[in-house]
Design a protein around this ligand. Structure first.
Ligand SMILES: NC(=O)c1ccc[n+]([C@@H]2O[C@H](COP(=O)([O-])OP(=O)(O)OC[C@H]3O[C@@H](n4cnc5c(N)ncnc54)[C@H](O)[C@@H]3O)[C@@H](O)[C@H]2O)c1
Length: 247
């Protein structure tokens, strides 16, 4: 197996979608993967897929919106290994509601799942990280641009971009690099069902796939790339660079 043998990688929201692709990409490079997710069925399935193909994975049922669940995740990791080399804060949820209908519970659920979790997981991981480690947070282009009815999600992702440079500053002397990725449209369910216009509206002439994000996570967590610090890498086929006025 590959050059990440002996490295320990924690991926939150690893059971499906982008997180699954990230976990598989690191597993293919030989890393030990801790898969943290609330979805027990899909998490255990992915753990088996990685182990059956000769890799090393541990699914730990984790709800990142609950602080004690995060503490428990890292205590379980302690019981296997002494260190964490790479943390990918990927878990996230979305809910589209009018600002007049968004309840405080809705707001708290999205902020706590998407944003507070990134702080808490990063703090736990950083306490276990040797020099040369890395944290990659998954934000969104919705940190920079919006459709209506996305207040809580947009705020959570904007918060991740700000938290990323704050943590990069605080963890600099520990030589831990912290960056984030802002994906645009990454189709995680039905790529074949997309329309032609879905693809051609992008400069890249295609909608994104989870592997587009996974490759960037590998790049940003490589200590050879540690001159990139506190940065937000937009991966969106050019959509946030495309000028759009009604014709
Ligand atoms: N797909 C996109 O177009 C896109 C675009 C921009 C940003 N993102 C971000 O990428 C990340 C992954 O998105 P996705 O499209 O793969 O989503 P997804 O819904 O396919 O997968 C999310 C995973 O997170 C897990 N999860 C949800 N709540 C959790 C919790 N409280 N604790 C632990 N795990 C939890 C789910 O069980 C699931 O396995 C999210 O942060 C999302 O906001 C996605």
């Amino acid at each position: 197996m590959g050059y990440l043998k002996n490295k320990v990688v924690v991926v939150t929201g690893a059971a499906s979608g982008i997180g699954k692709s990230i976990a598989l990409a690191f597993a293919n490079l030989g890393a030990t993967i801790f898969l943290a997710d609330i979805d027990v069925k899909k998490g255990e399935e992915l753990e088996k897929i990685i182990i059956d193909s000769g890799g090393d994975a541990h699914f730990i049922v984790t709800d990142v919106s609950i602080p004690v669940s995060i503490e428990s995740l890292f205590e379980i990791i302690d019981s296997y290994r002494k260190k964490v080399d790479i943390l990918i804060n990927n878990a996230g949820i979305s809910e589209w509601k009018s600002p007049f209908e968004l309840s405080l519970d809705n707001w708290d659920r999205i902020i706590n799942t998407n944003l507070r979790s990134v702080f808490l997981c990063s703090r736990e991981a950083a306490a276990r990280m040797p020099e040369g480690s890395a944290i990659v947070n998954i934000a969104s282009t919705r940190a920079m641009m919006s459709e209506p009815n996305s207040e809580a999600y947009a705020a959570s992702k904007g918060g991740i971009v700000a938290l990323t440079h704050a943590m990069a500053a605080s963890l600099a002397t520990k030589r831990i690099q912290v960056n984030c990725i802002s994906p645009g449209w990454i189709e995680v369910e039905d790529y074949a069902g997309l329309r032609k216009i879905d693809h051609t509206q992008h400069f890249s002439q295609r909608v994104g796939i989870p592997e587009d994000i996974a490759r960037a996570c590998i790049f940003l967590s490589d200590s050879a790339n540690n001159f990139i610090s506190g940065e937000n890498l937009v991966i969106d086929g050019g959509m946030t660079r495309r000028m759009k006025y009604e014709e």
